[in-house]
Design a protein around this ligand. Structure first.
Ligand SMILES: NC(=O)c1ccc[n+]([C@@H]2O[C@H](COP(=O)([O-])OP(=O)(O)OC[C@H]3O[C@@H](n4cnc5c(N)ncnc54)[C@H](OP(=O)(O)O)[C@@H]3O)[C@@H](O)[C@H]2O)c1
Length: 323
């Protein structure tokens, strides 16, 4: 099969032939239709975090996918060949024509979503769900501040929190205000113009941080006692959490086919919606990586843009079309 691989840390992505995977008894073989790009792919490939995020080289990137079940292991009862599915990977990567994956990590593809849309969902939507509900314990009537609300994860967090009956405040670029209001944010603070801790009058119950840098440290100032600071990007100081009498946690996505199935039903009934920014063919994965790196300049060695400089303006995920 064709696949995109990284041969060495920091190296170029190569597109060539590799053996098609075989499956274990609890796995399914999926013919991939689309996969999506995550910041994590670039971090893993760079080798900068190899102590905590090691990869086996040569490595096929890709943490999420949509596709059609080609073959099932002898212990698998939950799905059948020919079924359209989406999910997260559980070992090898999804920048490839076929993927062997645990049956427990997949769910039925929502029928109203294209394969490209479905591939964009699993990582961002499950991260948002676990960030705000599992770790942030967000409840109806509470207020949540979401840093990076217009990003791929942030947009699901805004939609899910709003659907749960919370008041949603998001930090984002000012020109994302209308978009964020349309998906459920009641207030948007332009991070380029204002410091959120100076303009927020009321304290919030939960902060969900999707940004690196000092945003996280400043978030302690706006949290109610007993509140939750959940970060998807960097460790949370336990000393500062104790000092401010809040709970602080750095989350790491724990994917689950069961949760993805619940999210799939919300997508199918139109309660939340996916967003695809750009679709590249699989063999253009390197261009897709340059594209996503521009979203969080500074994080992937891309220079931050100066004031007034043009910037990436599309919302949603960057998707690779495989077949
Ligand atoms: N822990 C986990 O399990 C987990 C899982 C998934 C993702 N993540 C991490 O979560 C982060 C977000 O991922 P993503 O896929 O949502 O990224 P994304 O789609 O690239 O979105 C990034 C967003 O952040 C905005 N932004 C940049 N600086 C900001 C600031 N100072 N304040 C407010 N907004 C700001 C950008 O807006 P502008 O373009 O307008 O600046 C953009 O809308 C990444 O670091 C990713 O690695 C962690």
């Amino acid at each position: 099969m064709k696949a995109v691989r990284l041969l060495e840390y920091g190296g170029q992505l190569v597109f060539n032939d590799v053996p098609t995977p075989t499956i274990a008894r609890d796995e399914v073989l999926v013919k991939i239709r689309s996969t999506a790009v995550n910041h994590l792919d670039l971090v893993e490939a760079s080798g900068t975090a190899r102590q905590i995020l090691p990869i086996d080289l040569p490595w096929i990137p890709g943490h999420e996918f949509s596709g059609v079940v080609e073959q099932i292991g002898s212990d698998v009862a939950a799905c059948a060949p020919g079924e359209a599915v989406f999910g997260t990977t559980s070992g090898m990567g999804a920048y490839a024509e076929y993927l062997a994956v645990k049956a427990a990590a997949i769910a039925r593809k929502p029928s109203n979503l294209s394969f490209e849309e479905a591939a964009s969902v699993p990582v961002a939507a499950q991260t948002a769900w676990q960030g705000i509900f599992t770790h942030g314990h967000l409840e109806k009537g509470q207020t949540i501040l979401i840093h990076g609300g217009a990003g791929a994860v942030g947009a699901y967090a805004v939609q899910l929190a709003s659907h749960a009956g919370a008041t949603v405040i998001a930090t984002a670029s000012g020109d994302d205000e209308a978009y964020l209001n349309s998906i459920g944010a009641s207030r948007v603070i332009d991070y380029r113009e204002a410091q959120f801790e100076k303009v927020l009058r009321e304290k919030v119950d939960v902060v969900f941080n999707l940004i690196r840098g000092d945003t996280q440290k400043r978030s302690f100032l706006v949290l109610k006692e007993g509140g939750y600071l959940v970060s998807a990007t960097q460790p949370v100081s336990q000393e500062e959490s104790a000092m401010h009498r809040v709970s602080g946690v750095m989350m790491r996505l724990a994917p689950s086919g069961g949760l993805l199935g619940r999210i799939g039903r919300l997508l199918e009934e139109g309660t939340i919606r996916p967003d695809v920014a750009t679709v590249y063919p699989l063999q253009e994965a390197a261009e897709a990586w340059q594209d996503i790196a521009a979203n969080l300049p500074g994080v992937h060695g891309v220079s931050p843009t100066g004031p007034g400089a043009p910037r990436h303006k599309k919302h949603g995920k960057i998707v690779l079309r495989v077949s």
